[in-house]
Design a protein around this ligand. Structure first.
Ligand SMILES: Nc1ncnc2c1ncn2[C@@H]1O[C@H](COP(=O)(O)OP(=O)(O)OP(=O)(O)O)[C@@H](O)[C@H]1O
Length: 878
């Protein structure tokens, strides 16, 4: 308020205010602050409860600028613009590219309205509205020194750079601006801008043109503001109408087009960058090597690949596009506005202002809290809180059966409390830096601004400017302005801005020279000059601020770049080899390490069309480097149905993870059929989004299924009938019904669907991993027989004795790393049926088969060599 009043002349009123009244105002303000703080803390919990649950989307919207966001998060941004706008009584010169909300910034129109009335002070509200994105916006500038810093907490300047706030989250850990960063950036630039003929490059050129046009518009607005004031103060009605109505009306069209075009093209550029980069990563992530599985399950270098692929790529692209505009336009503005100001305020004005803000920047940086760390912590705590909620949603049924809501509530409330406590710390830190920011950037900056603007009025002898250069520059701007107007076709070029009426006309401009030369400087000259200079000053300050922010944005960009580059490196590594680079656990025991290194030598894979499955000296080692099986020698020819038995955790499923290529192949050689001739049916089949028909043909699309497998509705219905699922088709709306199938089907129905899918695909081999545990014995038997009829070789991982009769061989793991592989014999089923507990099943098989080679502990190659071919066995020790 004080700044506005100072500028409007209302400060006189303030000065006249009695002391008790001032004390009262101060006390009320202080009480207000305390109450606001209390209220802030009180609503924190509610806001968190409301906001954090949907925080990811909300934050993204705010970062994108499509949502003005929580005002509390925006901090004291724009204060310098406010101060300077108040100082000059103008605003909005520069406030519209990014500030698109009427609530953003202040000062512009409001101050202008106040100033528009009395002569002698600078109006500007009308033009502020012109330039500003909304009614009240356009106080210009934006805070030059957002306390948020490179990885700030949403403390960015209100008008310009909301992105430097919370967008910095997670970027704090980024590298610096060095050669590595340059190399990474270059690599990604080549991806997002594939060449000079690409659409992205064309858009960059368009943006450059628009930014240049925008700078000229700003200068025009400053000059015209001066003329309007001069016309008012000198009571020249015709001049006023020309400047304030006709000229502004004419320029309003190109200026609006430039502003809107800039926003549009920048937003478009970000999306195009994101598309390119995401496509690049999708190609590396979703491929035949199952990199998406390996990156989360086999490699520990990246913990949250989903966030990297979605949020971080988006942030990187946004940051990249912003940097382009944040560097080029302010740099151009600083040059243009400094030159223009030096003509009317002398050569020292611009350097003085620049020095002041650089000094402020250094000072504020020194007292700035570690917002990067605070944001990272906030993200972590919010992640924890979200995780509790998502776990509850995932396991809702189990928790409900246990009536475990009280237990869950304790966890969730604790997590929320930690977030709230942290946010209170962040708010306190913000308040501290906000005070310094207000002091230096708002109030002291006002003094500096007043001082600079007063130079030509009180110290005209300090202002020296080359007259000819001024005239030439004015002529250039005049031509540009005319061309701009003509370009939109509003008026013929000649009429657009006639020289005598041109806003930039040196002859009619508020006379710098008159003041400089000490000639008769009328009140109108001074007012006009004051208005113009203060607007230029605001614009210059805004430009400096954006340059400072651009530096911070680069810091943030290094963080995003480092994260995205890491993802790129890991995906590249995994595409070449799934051998984990960074083991999850490391042993300090050298002997163990040496043994592991020997066991973890990459094996070889031989794929042949129509071939069988054969493990030859293969080691099965979990991603955390626990050794499950070594030297596995098992051959499963086509037509040989094998049941795999063994205690929990003995490595039954893991063996087939190796077969499917999900886990790395270590040791010897693996032979398997080419392509997708081995089909995996898990206990909980994956049900995709889409129709019932799509569930059956998955992972083929319907088009592929028709082309490759001759799929038809009749065929699908036949397999659904085999799986006793016709009632599902009937009840849920037929083959084309789209449902969340994972929710609407029972456990047994899902398993039957898994069988229907397997029957449809008719693979050479089907690995059924507890795939029929929830299916009735009668239906299970039918499905097994049906699969065998279709020529599918069945490899079943199961504890169910009922399944033994469908198999001819047994692979029994003992849970200690030992195994036996041999023909099933009569006595096996009872032995397994009556064996007690885990581990004894495999022992029962082994003891029931005296000719089976079995081993414990360290098994050597001898074990396998001595064994009959069809009863190869091996051993392993964990
Ligand atoms: N991604 C993983 N990372 C580390 N260890 C794993 C991973 N997956 C499985 N394991 C470990 O490997 C061992 C074998 O797991 P596997 O799933 O093969 O057991 P299983 O014999 O199929 O057991 P069950 O009968 O219970 O299904 C287990 O001890 C398990 O903890």
């Amino acid at each position: 308020m004080s700044v506005v009043n100072m500028a409007t002349g209302a400060n006189g009123g303030l000065a006249r205010t009695s002391r008790p009244a001032m004390y009262a105002i101060t006390a009320v303000a202080a009480a207000g602050c305390v109450a606001a703080h209390r209220w802030n803390q009180a609503v924190t919990t509610k806001r968190l409860a409301d906001g954090i649950v949907r925080s990811r989307q909300g934050r993204r919207r705010r970062r994108d600028g499509s949502d003005p966001g929580d005002p509390a998060r925006r901090g004291p941004g724009g204060v310098f613009g406010t101060a300077m706008a108040a100082l000059g009584g103008v605003g909005g010169v520069d406030g519209s590219v990014d500030g698109d909300s009427a609530s953003e910034g202040d000062g512009g129109a409001a101050v202008g309205n106040q100033l528009g009335r009395p002569p002698g002070v600078g109006p500007g509200g009308a033009e502020a509205c012109l330039d500003g994105g909304g009614g009240g916006s356009g106080s210009g500038g934006g805070s030059l020194l957002p306390p948020g810093g490179g990885a700030g907490v949403g403390e960015g300047p209100s008008l310009r750079r909301k992105q430097s706030g919370s967008r910095g989250a997670g970027a704090g850990g980024g590298g610096g601006v060095d050669r590595v960063f340059a190399a990474q950036l270059w690599k990604f630039l080549k991806i997002v801008i594939p060449g000079v003929h690409s659409r992205e490059f064309a858009l960059l050129v368009v943006i450059a043109g628009l930014l240049g046009a925008r700078s000229y518009c700003d200068i025009w607005a400053s000059d015209n503001g001066g003329r309007v004031v001069k016309a008012i103060v000198s009571r020249e009605r015709r001049a006023f109408y020309r400047r304030a109505i006709r000229d502004i009306f004419i320029m309003a069209f190109p200026m609006s087009a430039v502003n809107t075009g800039l926003r549009f093209t920048l937003a478009h550029l970000k999306v195009m960058f994101r598309l390119r980069l995401s496509q690049h990563f999708h190609d590396k992530y979703l491929n035949a090597a199952n990199t998406f599985y390996a990156v989360s399950n086999l490699d520990n270098r990246i913990q949250n690949v989903d966030q990297l692929l979605t949020t971080d790529i988006d942030r990187f692209c946004t940051s990249l596009a912003d940097i382009y505009s944040n560097l080029s336009k302010p740099a151009l503005d600083v040059v243009l506005f400094s030159r223009r100001l030096s003509r009317s305020l002398g050569p020292r004005a611009a350097p003085l202002l620049i020095s002041y803000f650089v000094a402020c920047s250094v000072a504020l940086r020194a007292v700035q809290p570690p917002f990067g760390r605070l944001v990272a912590e906030e993200q972590r705590l919010e992640g924890e809180y979200r995780l509790h909620h998502s776990r509850l949603i995932t396991h809702g049924e189990e928790v409900a059966f246990y009536r475990g809501y009280r237990f869950e509530k304790v966890y969730i409330t604790d997590a929320l409390g930690r977030v709230a406590a942290h946010m209170a710390r962040v708010f306190r830190a913000r308040a501290r830096i906000g005070f310094c920011d207000q002091l230096l950037i708002k109030y002291v900056a006002t003094i500096v601004g007043y001082s600079i603007v007063s130079i030509p009025v009180f110290f005209p002898h300090l202002v020296k400017a080359p007259h000819r250069a001024a005239a030439a520059s004015a002529a250039r701007l005049r031509v540009s302005s005319r061309a701009l107007t003509a370009a939109v076709g509003l008026l013929p070029a000649k009429l657009a801005i006639p020289p005598e009426a041109a806003c930039l006309s040196a002859e009619k401009a508020p006379s710098d020279d008159a003041i400089r030369d000490g000639a008769d400087s009328s009140a109108s000259d001074i007012a006009g000059l004051y208005t113009r200079n203060s607007r230029l000053l605001i614009a210059l300050a805004g430009a400096i601020g954006r340059l400072v922010l651009a530096g911070k944005s680069i810091t943030a960009l290094t963080g995003y770049c480092a994260r995205v580059a890491r993802l790129d490196d890991v995906l590249s590594d995994l595409a070449v080899s799934t051998v984990p680079r960074a083991p999850l656990e490391s042993s300090t025991d050298l002997h163990t390490e040496a043994r592991l290194a020997a066991l973890m030598t990459p094996g070889s894979l031989v794929e042949g069309r129509g071939g069988g499955v054969k493990f030859e000296g293969v080691n099965v080692i979990a991603p955390d480097r626990s050794v499950l099986l070594t030297d596995v020698n098992v051959e499963i020819p086509r037509g040989t149905h094998v049941i795999v038995a063994g205690p929990n955790g003995s490595g039954k499923s893991s063996l087939f993870r190796v077969l499917a290529g999900l886990w790395p192949l270590y040791g010897g050689t693996l032979f398997r059929p080419a392509g997708s001739r081995v089909f995996y049916v898990p206990q909980r089949p994956y049900l995709t989004l889409g129709t019932l028909r799509a569930q059956v043909v998955y992972p083929l699309t319907w088009g592929e299924a028709v082309a490759e497998m001759g799929a038809s509705d009749q065929l699908i219905m036949g397999f659904l009938s085999d799986a006793r699922l016709l009632h599902v088709a009937a009840r849920k709306g037929g083959l084309d019904a789209v449902r969340d199938w994972a929710d609407v089907l029972s456990g047994g129905e899902k398993q039957r669907l898994g069988f229907a899918r397997m029957l449809f695909h008719r693979p050479d081999y089907a690995v059924l991993d507890e795939a029929s545990a929830a299916i009735s014995l009668e239906a299970e038997g039918y499905l097994y027989e049906r699969a065998q009829e279709l020529g599918v070789t069945l490899v079943t991982v199961s504890h169910r004795p009922s399944l033994f009769r469908f198999h001819t061989k047994i692979l029994a793991l003992d849970g200690q790393g030992g195994y036996a592989y041999r023909d099933l014999v009569e006595g096996d089923v009872p032995a397994l049926t009556f064996s007690a507990g885990d581990g004894s099943a495999a022992s029962a098989v082994m003891s029931a088969a005296p000719d089976a080679t079995e081993s414990e502990g360290e098994g050597g190659p001898d074990d396998g060599e001595d064994a009959p071919e069809e009863l190869a066995s091996g051993s392993a020790s964990a």
